[in-house]
Design a protein around this ligand. Structure first.
Ligand SMILES: [Zn+2]
Length: 410
């Protein structure tokens, strides 16, 4: 039997083991200190045991963090030796997000619930699905004695959900030599339910906070005050005018233009009969990567500043978040081609490279000129109550990884 078929068949038999792995992972809540947790060490040690059990070379690239009792945020780099061909990396994350409102869950979020093909619980999809798919793909190669054409590596990071400073950013800063521009890097953490999305680009993120100060007075004497709410309202409407200054389009993105929307508005005066003297609101901008965020920031300062002058209010603008997106992974990068072929073979789907509006951990690779593709079969239930994933999709995604690792996607 051809090796590709042997790999696919071997992985098809891993169902019970995958459920067992999910059951163990979910029982070790890995919440970062930013959300009140003790970090990922217990979970990392669990997974480290599995990796050692397969005979992989496992290295810890821990980041010190005094906010957790263990004092560290663990990161694992596990490798299987191969030939001189391109290295294949799969990066998944150990941490999960809090459960949120428990009353919205149908069962215990920290205990695996299996209903037919569906697995429920916090983290089953984000990111245990990706972790299991990349791990069981390697397991098949090891058990079948397949020597991959290039080194195969699994990276398991902490802190993905709360900024990645103690996770991938730390790994790339302390061990940059691990990665090269010819590597095939896959992050199984975002996708579509039919497996058709290969994310290769993301928009820049620009969050603006605007504070408008007028003069608070009784509402019957507006002539004695300066209405901060009326001025802020004009600015919020003017966001459309600012957006019109950036008409650039990029068809790689599902929404092929930049978005700029007023979103949050902090509470102002509580009563109806007071002219508000201070208002705070925010604007969320997702900007095409080819647009310089300095231009965006300048446009807000100019348009909001002119309204402030006309209204006689003081304006204080500050940046709540600003991330200039790195250049996209080329749509014809080898990792994209390999993934497309493997996905077509396993899922029977023609996946397409696309851009998305939200940021992912892949940006840390792209900032360093490393081509990376973000893909998996995504139930779209990440961070939600009753987060779920499908066992058959984990198996198929593991098969995609198996073919990638073995260089057998054609
Ligand atoms: Zn995730």
């Amino acid at each position: 039997m051809a090796s590709a078929e042997r790999i696919l068949e071997r992985i098809a038999g891993y169902g019970e083991q995958i459920i067992g792995a999910q059951r163990q992972l979910i029982a070790v809540p890995a919440l970062g200190p930013a959300v009140g947790g003790q970090g990922e060490l217990a979970k990392a040690e669990l997974v480290e045991g599995w990796l050692n059990g397969l005979g992989l070379k496992v290295e810890r690239v821990d980041a010190p963090d005094s906010r957790v009792e263990a004092g560290i945020r663990p990161n694992l780099v596990a490798t299987l030796a191969g030939g001189a061909g391109p290295r294949v990396w799969a990066l998944s994350h150990l941490d999960v997000v809090p459960v949120g409102d428990l009353s919205l869950w149908s069962g215990d979020p920290w205990s695996l619930r299996v209903e037919g093909d569906r697995l429920y619980g916090r983290g089953v999809s984000d990111n245990h699905h990706g972790l299991a798919a990349s791990f069981f793909g390697v397991k098949a190669l090891v058990e079948l004695g397949v020597t991959p054409p290039g080194q195969v590596g699994l990276i398991l990071v902490s802190d993905e959900e709360t900024g990645s400073l103690y996770g991938l950013d730390h790994v790339l800063k302390t061990r940059p030599e691990l990665f090269g521009p010819n590597d095939l890097i896959v992050v199984p953490d975002v996708g579509e339910p039919d497996s058709s999305l290969i994310e290769v680009a993301e928009k820049s993120i620009f969050w603006l906070r605007a504070e408008v100060r007028g003069r608070q007075v009784h509402a019957s004497t507006p002539n004695r005050g300066i209405n901060a709410l009326a001025a802020a309202a004009r600015m919020m409407v003017a966001v459309r005018e600012i957006k019109a200054r950036f008409p650039e389009r990029d068809e790689l993105f599902t929404l092929p233009e930049s978005s700029m929307e007023p979103t949050r508005h902090d509470a102002g005066v509580e009563n109806i009969n007071t002219i508000p003297g201070r208002e705070v609101f925010y604007v969320d901008c997702r900007v095409l990567p080819q647009i310089d965020l300095d231009r965006v920031e300048a446009a807000f300062a100019e348009v909001f500043g002119e309204i402030a002058r006309q209204e006689g209010v003081e304006l204080f603008l500050s940046v709540a978040q600003r991330l200039q997106a790195p250049p996209a992974t080329p749509a014809d990068a080898p990792v994209v081609g390999a993934l497309r072929a493997a996905i077509a073979r396993v899922h029977g789907v023609q996946a397409r490279p696309r851009g998305v509006g939200g940021g992912t951990v892949a940006a840390f690779f792209r900032q360093r000129g490393l081509p990376v593709a973000v893909w998996y079969t995504d139930s779209k239930s990440a961070h939600m109550p009753d987060e779920w994933t499908s066992l058959s999709d984990i198996i198929k995604d593991a098969q995609v990884f198996g073919l990638l690792y073995a260089g057998l996607w054609e």
